[in-house]
Design a binder for this molecule. Structure first.
Ligand code: ADP
Ligand code: MG
Length: 571
């Protein structure tokens, strides 16, 4: 009894499959990268499990992935001796549970093929990419530690269902057979596959093997000697099989760094920048950090996967190790490989480990340095970074007091100088433009850019030629509350308290002002009486030039926007 069952794919998986098959037609070959990437992950997991249980490796200790093909049958096979899957795991992982975020992802689709195919690039297509080139996929898998008779076979044509049954499998790991579609048979070809393995999988840390090509030998008369039938094929590694981050920086080509990024990030797009460093001394570790070029669709989702891939002495330990970077750097992807942590570290231990603390502050500095350099040497690239991730970086000043100055220098604003909603003005730009006699950095915060830009509070400042930063992102007020100064200049909210604009303080002007105030007094008193409880006071002002009146809050009162936020939260 093989306990054969037919099961349906989860609705989201079905939709994803359909979309993928139809939108990735121009980039079909990526199926090989995805399947080799999974095989490599499976080997990493096995290596990790074998730390606690060495027996798991014993009968088949040379970890590798193999790519095989059969031209006549029109098949390509990816075979690994990694951790494998149990029946339950195969059912869950290959069809009934969509990856976290799948439905959020599907909601974002527009129906426009071109846009959607870019979006799917950010999602990472994984196992299902097999169906781009295959009309039938067979997965035979045996979990490490399970008996020979305890393996399963999973088969699907990708349309809506799959079957699963128990089978025998002589070796541990997973063997995936792609039955190529009629017009995709070209992939069952030695040269084609070798080229793809080199292109996409050179950085994979285990050997990706293919069968050695045996050239016929010739006898004296020039006739090929008969080839012995049924000899076991010999395999050779096609890739360089060395963990990329362990190699010297100048040994690694940009193309390899980019492919490696795609492998660890599940992002199709190229990274914007990376930084690869080996640290020796009291702590020894290697880090390879990437800044993506596009924000993932779930950047604002609390459950967004963040953190680095953690290795300890080249053994894979976990994905998404969050402890190595602060939350406001959740956009960073990469690897950290430590020589100081134990192979048994857990997430809990990472949270309270002093070595991890030191690594976090060093890695945080690295990212800030990478960004500062980019801002200085390549402002255009920095601007594109800011447009994608600026709002995350804005959490920095409140999150990371120690690096406040560095972060402040990286901030970009919209201002009255550029009069555009684009955030392109740095605080250094602002300070360099400050007028004589101006000693503060003025800003205004409003619900949206237009309200900020058209606020009556700006009139006097515009008249005086003082630049004002125009803030309207939700995070902005919180950010400003933790920024006290930049290069010795303090920040001033133009809607708060007195503006202290340096006035001509000659006696005559002062006198004139006092007289005017005297004249105004009866009017102000009447207004106050009418408005009663609604206001704390009514004052005359010289901050307006065109508008008759405006509302201000006291110097030490909460900002308007913060009030609104608290009100919304029911406070
Ligand atoms: P991801 O790799 O991002 O998790 P995939 O769609 O590529 O997503 O794979 C889904 C899951 O299927 C994997 O997380 C893993 O649990 C399982 N899987 C896929 N390929 C293999 C394999 N070769 N060996 C063991 N498990 C695998
Ligand atoms: Mg995968």
């Amino acid at each position: 009894d093989t306990q054969k069952e037919t099961l349906g794919f989860q609705t989201e998986v079905k939709q994803l499959l359909h979309l993928m098959i139809h939108s990735l037609y121009s980039n079909k070959e990526i199926f090989l990268r995805e399947l080799i990437s999974n095989a490599s992950d499976a080997v990493d997991k096995l290596r990790f499990e074998s730390v606690a249980n060495a027996d798991l490796l014993s009968d088949d200790p040379n970890l590798r992935v193999r790519v095989e093909f059969d031209k006549d049958a029109g098949t390509v096979i990816i075979d690994d001796n990694g951790v494998g899957m149990s029946r339950e795991e195969a059912i869950t992982n290959l069809g009934t549970i969509a990856k976290s975020g799948t439905s959020a992802f599907l909601e974002q689709l527009s129906g426009d093929q071109k846009k959607d195919s870019q979006l799917i690039g950010q999602f990472g297509v994984g196992f299902y990419s097999a169906f781009i080139v295959a009309d039938k996929v067979t997965v035979e898998t045996r979990r490490a530690g399970a008996a020979e008779g305890d393996a399963v076979r999973w088969i699907s044509d990708g349309s809506g269902e799959f079957t699963i049954e128990n089978v025998e499998k002589a070796t541990r790991g997973t063997r995936i057979t792609l039955h190529l579609k009629a017009d995709e048979k070209e992939f069952a070809d030695n040269y084609r596959l070798r080229t793809l393995v080199t292109k996409y999988s050179d950085h994979i840390s285990i050997p990706v093997e293919m069968e050695k090509v045996v050239y016929p030998e010739f006898d004296e008369e020039g006739n090929p000697k008969p080839v012995a039938e049924n000899t076991t094929p010999e395999f050779e590694a096609v890739n360089s099989a060395k963990a990329l981050w362990t190699r010297a920086r100048n040994d690694v080509k940009d193309e390899e760094y980019k492919e490696f990024y795609k492998h660890i990030s599940h992002d199709f797009q190229e990274p914007l920048k990376w930084s690869h460093n080996k640290v020796e001394g009291k702590l020894e570790y290697t880090s390879l950090l990437y800044i993506p070029s596009k924000a993932p669709y779930d950047l604002w989702n609390r459950d967004m996967q963040r953190g680095l891939k953690l290795y300890v002495q080249r053994v894979f330990i976990m994905d998404e190790a969050e402890a190595f970077l602060p939350p406001y750097m959740r956009f960073v992807k990469g690897v950290v490989d430590s020589n100081d942590l134990s192979l048994n570290v857990s997430r809990e231990i990472l949270q309270n480990d002093s070595a991890v603390d030191s690594m976090r502050s060093a890695l945080t500095k690295r990212v800030l340095d990478m960004l500062s350099k980019m801002a200085k040497n390549d402002p255009e690239t920095y601007q594109s970074f800011w447009n994608e991730f600026g709002n995350v970086l804005k959490e920095g000043p409140a999150d990371d007091m120690g690096n406040k100055d560095k972060i402040a220098a990286l901030l970009r604003f919209s201002s009255t100088e550029t009069d555009s909603a684009d955030q392109t003005v740095s605080l250094a730009d602002y300070v360099s433009r400050m007028s004589e006699g101006q000693d503060k950095i003025y800003y205004i915060y409003a619900e949206n850019h237009n309200t900020a830009k058209n606020s009556p509070h700006l009139e006097i400042l515009r008249k005086k030629g003082f630049e004002v930063l125009l803030l309207s992102d939700r995070i902005d007020e919180w950010m400003m509350s933790s920024l006290q100064e930049f290069e010795g200049k303090s920040f001033q909210d133009v809607t708060k308290g007195k503006l202290d604009l340096a006035e001509e303080d000659n006696e005559a002007a002062k006198k004139e002002k006092e007289e005017k105030a005297e004249q105004m007094k009866p009017l102000l008193d009447r207004m106050k009486a009418v408005l009663e409880e609604k206001v704390a006071g009514v004052n005359s002002t010289d901050r307006l030039t065109n508008s008759p009146a405006c509302l201000v809050v006291g110097e030490h009162d909460m900002g308007l926007q913060m009030r609104r936020l608290l009100e919304q939260a029911g406070q």
